[in-house]
Design a protein around this ligand. Structure first.
Ligand SMILES: [Zn+2]
Length: 106
């Protein structure tokens, strides 16, 4: 869990997301904010690559299936199983947010 300091609201992607113009469904209500940064205040079980107090960046793509044609071609953003920040996952425009520790950058 991060204490989320800021997150981008990109004009076009966020409009597409909130209008439902993308070829996949999103869980509404969603929290926007695609590329937030924040300080880790709590870690999930078994996480050893990050520690409390680390300041991290969270990319848009937090995970994908890794097995489909798009992932195998190195284009996971086309994967319909992707988990994107501010899309399928709650974004950074909140006081706190959850992120996949393995997706974050120091
Ligand atoms: Zn895939």
């Amino acid at each position: 869990m991060l204490n989320s300091n800021c997150g981008e609201v990109a004009e076009h992607p966020c409009v597409y997301l909130t209008n439902g113009d993308l070829p996949f469904s999103l869980p509404f209500p969603l929290t926007a904010g695609r590329k937030p940064v924040g300080e880790i205040i709590e870690l999930g079980d078994g996480i050893s690559t990050r520690k409390k107090g680390d300041r991290v960046g969270v990319p848009f793509l937090q995970s994908s299936c890794g097995r489909c044609e798009w992932c195998l071609r190195g284009k996971p953003l086309y994967n319909d199983q992707q988990q994107g920040t501010g899309a399928q996952l709650k974004g950074g425009h909140a006081e706190y947010m959850l992120a996949n520790a393995n997706a974050t950058t120091l």
